[in-house]
Design a protein around this ligand. Structure first.
Ligand code: MG
Length: 384
């Protein structure tokens, strides 16, 4: 027996593997080495910085008679020991946060009370406790912290979490409300995508015009997002039956976010999956939506970031609910952060970076319509 161990040790020693194995399998050693190297490489203080940024929209965005050409964003950076992680808060005006409110929130975040960035749970629980709401501002801290820790560990988050990158879904590409002619043109331009998404809930004539117009160009699978627009559950169910005949494959938020009884009635009878968006903001919403919806649409800007999104995925799976990951208009920073979770979701709508003309980062790619994560550490982005 002893002899066997000795032989094996000798073998490992001669192969130079004992030192290597110790370095690989003892995290304390790893960090000790890192600490030694850090004397010259950077400050051991966690430092948070931010700057406002306006994302320029490729197409003007119109809702309720108001047109905007930009989306307000606040970019963040967290630095430690020579490493820097990037984050982002995206704040479409209808959600209530602004660049001013986000920066006001970030001013209150005191990361100097933490010694290192690895205490992700403690740091982000503290950030969440600073004030209620401010979910996009909180996500800006969460994403930068994950990017930082991933970079220190030298691995992307999909790998740290043990997800299979081959299982990412296609992303849908949204065709906005417009005239018949423009909708046909936009549908033709969406040729690289395997799944389309269209916003309904305006009125019956417009909803049917949008579907019929797109169907003149392509029969690709398509999601519809009603954005709480339907007012009557019987009408909603009739529409869903009609939509199924048009090769629509999923329905998002058919009615008001608070009308869970009506939505549950629809879901029980619906021939298509019915998914919560506005009804589902954070982890605490998930359980109460079981039965009312078939699944949930998770967005980092709603749920405070990657930490809570990961928890929502685990809970939804335990409750046998189906999963989608979505986004706001965002740079490739927040989109690539969301993509780290995409291997665990059935559907994805991660097209926000494709809708802007002044992206600052290179990150996840859409390859043949499918979300494709890379091997770069953290959230997998580099500055352009
Ligand atoms: Mg939606």
């Amino acid at each position: 027996m002893n002899n066997k161990i000795t032989t094996r040790r000798n073998f490992l020693k001669s192969a130079g593997l004992i030192t290597a194995a110790a370095a690989l399998f003892n995290p304390a050693d790893l960090f000790a080495q890192k600490r030694g190297a850090a004397q010259t490489s950077g400050s051991k203080k966690l430092t948070l910085k931010w700057v406002p940024f306006d994302a320029l929209l490729r197409h003007p965005f119109t809702i309720a008679g108001f047109t905007r050409t930009t989306t307000p964003i606040v970019l963040t950076e967290i630095s430690w020991d020579g490493y820097t992680g990037y984050g982002e808060a995206s704040m479409p005006p209808y959600l209530g946060e602004t660049q001013a409110s986000a920066m006001e929130f970030l001013k209150k975040v005191d990361l100097s009370r933490f010694n290192n960035p690895f205490q992700i749970q403690d740091i982000l629980a503290y950030v969440d406790s600073i004030a209620i709401n401010n979910t996009a501002a909180k996500a800006a801290v969460d994403i930068a912290l994950h990017d930082l820790v991933g970079k220190i560990l030298g691995q992307p988050w999909w790998k740290i979490w043990g997800f299979n990158p081959a299982t990412t879904p296609n992303t849908s590409f949204t065709i906005g409300l417009d005239t018949e002619e423009v909708v046909m043109q936009k549908t033709k331009e969406a040729a690289p995508y395997n799944v389309l998404k269209v916003k309904l809930g305006v009125n019956d004539a417009t909803d049917r015009m949008m579907i019929n117009t797109i169907r003149k160009v392509t029969d690709k699978p398509m999601y519809v997002d009603v954005n709480q627009g339907w007012k009557d559950k019987h009408y909603a169910l009739d529409m869903i039956h009609w939509l199924k005949e048009q090769n629509i494959t999923m329905v998002e938020q058919p009615m008001n976010k608070l009308w869970l009884d009506e939505i549950a009635w629809i879901t029980e009878r619906s021939p298509l999956p019915v998914i919560a968006d506005e009804s589902c903001q954070r982890l605490t919403d998930v359980q109460k939506l079981k039965g009312a919806f078939h699944g949930i649409n998770i967005k980092l800007m709603k749920c405070t970031g990657m930490r809570e999104a990961r928890e929502m995925i685990s809970l939804a799976k335990a409750l046998k609910m189906r999963l989608m990951i979505g986004c706001m208009t965002e740079t490739s920073c927040a989109i690539s952060a969301g993509a780290q979770l995409a291997p665990e979701t059935e559907w994805a709508d991660l097209d926000g970076n494709l809708l802007i003309t002044n992206d600052l980062y290179d990150g996840m790619k859409i390859v043949n319509g499918k979300i494709t994560v890379n091997d770069k550490p953290g959230i997998g982005i580099t500055k352009i």
